[in-house]
Every structure is written in structure tokens, then in C-alpha cells.
Design a protein around this ligand. Sequence first.
Ligand code: PLP
Length: 436
Amino acid sequence: MQIFRELESNVRSYSRAFPCVFNAAKGSHLSDQDGSEYLDFLAGAGTLNYGHNHPTLKTALLDYVQADGIVHGLDMHTQAKAGFLQSLRQYILAPRGLDYKVQFTGPTGTNAVEAAMKLARKVTGRETIVAFTNGFHGVSMGALAATGNQHHRGAAGVTMGGVVRMPYDGYLGAEIDTTVFLDKAIADGSSGVDRPAAVIVETVQGEGGINACSTEWLRNLADVCQKHGVLLIVDDIQAGCGRTGRFFSFEEAGIQPDIVTLSKSLSGYGLPLAVVLFKPELDQWQPGEHNGTFRGHNLAFVTAKAAIDTFWQNTQFAQDVERKGRRLSQRLDQMATRWGRGQFDTKGRGMFQGIDCITGAMASAIARAAFEEGVVIETSGADDQVLKFLCPLTISDAELEDGLNRVEAAMKRVTQGISSWPQREVHFDIATTNQD
Ligand code: PLP
């Protein structure tokens, strides 16, 4: 631990919540250098939807490396890139009737969001982007302006402009459709809201506390955008790649966003890869106008293609995720009722769910106790008040039950005030914060 404390910046975050040195992982399991085993209910904050080191993806990767395949090629044509694009078109875009061009950006989510916002502004000639309360879109400057969290915004050091904040679904109570206000604000020349270039939205706000919008609200939002000639960007970086069941989280709503961002689980193996998908008429970039050295990495193309070929050739995987999602909600509801006493509420959809513990102190105490029970699980939300269940989608039924039993044991310990935390000698850094 000493090397991390001495050399690694204070900005480190997840490592503070899990004070051990991890050294191996397989499927839904992690192990540390002392031989302790953990079930992974964090999954790289949604990056490991297919688990750690999936054997099929690993074989594809090892074969490619063994054959001296191109690892880095800037954005030049490579066979690996062609393979990825072909699979993306054949198994993801075409079956869903989606006609999108693909832009490779720098490899993290925030790079994709930057490119999406920049393209929307360029194409429309307008500046304003509408983002929502509790939205999280990354921490580079453009994306940070669209991110709501004060902790992250506070580090900007400059005034962030170009973004107008609107209430997300449910923000003003379940009865109020907040798209009505957006519609009015755009239509009214004296609302003070300039006609936006785009609206950027997550269908489930991951970092914002697992707030899932309804399909009706999402449809209404798409209608408002269309009515006013405003582009709709769905940021599917965390909710996409099957996390809510289908490949894209907006499929149930039957909408076709103008722009979609994807990253996290796109490579399927934890290798960094990000893309922006957009309607062909929006492809108004000049060559090299939005640049970057690592725009599409060939190792990530290889595993991304293998992931699509393995999981998305038919609907079986999506159906299985939906089935597990139903079981997850059932268990979380039971847990909240059993240990609740008005303290807990459940939220989310698919395999993207959480327990709202009302206070960050309660959620963090349970997450810490769960770690003692051998589960890696994190919190999210403005006060880190939501316990976030983000296990690999490939988790077995038995592993899922096992992990949930352990989290429930942690809830029991904390709510009954018998948590003997910390049980073993561990040293936590200053208070845990969710900073992805
Ligand atoms: N957008 C969403 C919806 C996210 O959840 C995240 C990260 O959690 C990002 C963007 C930023 O991605 P990255 O951390 O890879 O920059």
C-alpha cells in the first residue's frame, strides 16, 4: 500500500474504498495479492459487462498478438478495424434499422462526449447544449459542463459555459413530465434559454444515482427535440452494451437518437475504446478536424468484434440479462423491505439497479461491510447515497444469489448496528467518493 500512498496522486478514488492490491480476475471474481477472493459487483464501473478475461475474447486477443497484428495504427485502415465495423453493422446496427456513421474518438467516454457535443454545435451553428440534473458525462472541460455533480464541477477552475440544465425525469416528482418545461422554454423566445444545438441524456443516470427515466418520458424528449430541430444525443456509455437488457438502452422506447456515445463495455475486455454514432447527414467533419493519437485501438477492435460476435448475434443474451434483471429487482425489493424501516428504496432497470439508502453514510457503511463480506460494490448519487449493483451481465445465477446474500448480510449488520467494521486490519484513506 505504501507505494500508492507515497507516489500516486491524491486524486485516486476507487482505491480508497477497496484497500487491497488486486492481482487477478476471472468472470465475476477478483482476487488480491493476499489470496482473498471477491465477487465483483462494480465491474469496472460498467466496463466489464462480459466479466473479467472472458475466454473467447481472450483467445481472440492472444491469437492477434501472437500473429504480430497491428497494435497501434493511428486511424489508418487495419483488418482489425474492418472486422469490428463489419460486426457492428451486421449484428448491432442493421438489425435495429439504425443508419449511423461511426467516429472513433480518444478511448475514454469523456472523449466521445466531447466529440458529440462539438459535432452538434458545428452542424447546427448553435452553442447551447441541454443537460439534465444529476447527469454525468465525464470530466474533461466540454463534458464537465454537462455534468451536474458539484464535486467534479468544482475542480474546473474556469467558468463552464454552453450548457443549460433542465430537470430530469422524476426530479420534480413522479407526476410532473419535465419535458413540458423544456418544450416551453425552447418555444418561448423570452424564456432565457437560447435555442439549443442538442440535448444530451442518459436513459439511466449511473453516477447520478441510478435514476432511470421512463420510456414515455424518453419518447416525449425525442418528440420535443424533433419539434424544435434540436439534436438528441443519448449518452449510452454506461447504460449501453446490454446493461439494461438490449444493446442500446433506448431501444425499448423505440426512438432513434441523432447521436449516440458508447465506450466502457464496448471493447468487452476492459480495453479502452470509445465511439460516437451519428446519422449520416451529420457527418460534416473535415478530415482530421477532430483528432487524437489513440482514436480506436486495434487490440480493443479485436475484443470488441469478438464480444459482438459472441453475445449479440441473436437475442438470447439480451433475454438472459432481462431475466437476471428481474431477479435482481425482486431481491433488492425484498432486501429493502426486510431491512428498510423507511430507510431504503430501489431504483434502476435491467442489470443497472441500486438501493437508495437516503444518506451517503448509510450507503458507504453497507458498501464497506459488503467488502468485508467479500463483495466489491460502490455507491453513487449526489451524496453517494445509492448502493450501485453493477455486476457482470455474464454472472451465473448462483454467483448473483451469493453476492446478494453477502450484501444483504452487510445491510443486516449495518442496520442492526452490529457491524463490527472494520473487522480486520485495513487502512482507509480519507472518505470515499465516487469519482468516475
Ligand atoms: N458518460 C457516462 C454516462 C458515464 O457514466 C461516464 C463515466 O462514468 C462518462 C460519460 C465518462 O467516461 P470516462 O470516465 O471513460 O471518461
